[in-house]
Design a protein around this ligand. Structure first.
Ligand code: MN3
Length: 251
């Protein structure tokens, strides 16, 4: 982890603490009396990678994405990717200090015996971190600036871009993701990846990712993936995505 990331993680950590108040850990023993919480906060992070705070309440995206799904998705699924990534890189000097982005971008150079674990759990950590920061209820419904122009140039219109993304997400067989990605020149593309594979490993920068693992929607939408995709489209914050595009293009 580099200095910038350490500072960022510290900032995220204090923000999370400020939101949930003092954390209890298993080491604190069972909660008693008035201080008891119905939902214990996630255990203290161990290892170089930490579970980022969701940044908003579990029910913030209702009715499109339900609170129970958000909570299990973040606190259980994402937390497990972080824990397993930490396990994979523990004590491995070859990748010491590498960010999750670097691990995925240079996946082919990672030690062979931990490459699959990095691909799966590093991908899971990065993809979900990107996901949480892409969403907002009543966020911007359309791209702006350079991204708006790039969308028009690649797809003709934003509506076609959305249709292509939804069709790609609908067509993923088994578990995986649909993505809107860019290259370093700003050329957009809709693509899909299986499992937790990240576009970063293919040399592209993901702007929006749609998680079509059943854990992302089954509680509320069951087999109705198309309904989930329609609901998901309502909570993508295109102002964040537009900023992300600027960063990918200009570094
Ligand atoms: Mn997921």
């Amino acid at each position: 982890m580099n200095r910038r990331q350490v500072l960022r993680n510290l900032a995220l950590g204090s923000a999370a603490l400020a939101m949930v108040g003092p954390r209890r850990t298993i080491a604190d023993g069972p909660a008693t009396g008035a201080t008891a919480q119905t939902t214990p906060p996630p255990a203290a992070p161990v290892g170089p990678f930490t579970l980022p705070s969701l940044g908003y309440a579990f029910d913030a995206l209702e009715p499109h994405l339900d609170a129970q799904t958000m909570q299990i998705h973040h606190d259980k699924h994402h937390a497990a990717y972080v824990a397993n990534l930490n396990k994979a890189v523990a004590g491995r000097k070859e990748v010491e200090g590498w960010s999750v982005e670097r691990l995925l971008q240079f996946l082919a150079t990672a030690p062979e015996d931990i490459r699959t674990a990095i691909r799966n759990h590093g991908g899971g950590h990065f993809n979900h971190s990107l996901l949480w920061t892409s969403l907002k209820k009543d966020g911007a419904h359309e791209p702006t600036g350079d991204l708006a122009r790039a969308v028009d140039s690649a797809f003709g219109a934003f509506s076609s871009c959305r249709e292509r993304l939804s069709a790609a997400a609908l067509g993923v067989f088994g578990s995986g993701w649909a993505w809107l990605t860019t290259d370093s020149k700003g050329v957009l593309q809709v693509e899909t990846t299986p499992n937790q594979d990240s576009p970063l490993s293919g040399g592209r920068t993901p702007l929006v990712g749609i998680d079509v693992w059943e854990h992302a929607y089954y509680l509320k939408y069951q087999n109705r993936r198309a309904d989930y995709l329609a609901a998901f489209a309502n909570v993508i914050d295109w102002s964040v995505i537009s900023e992300r595009y600027q960063q990918a293009k200009h570094g």
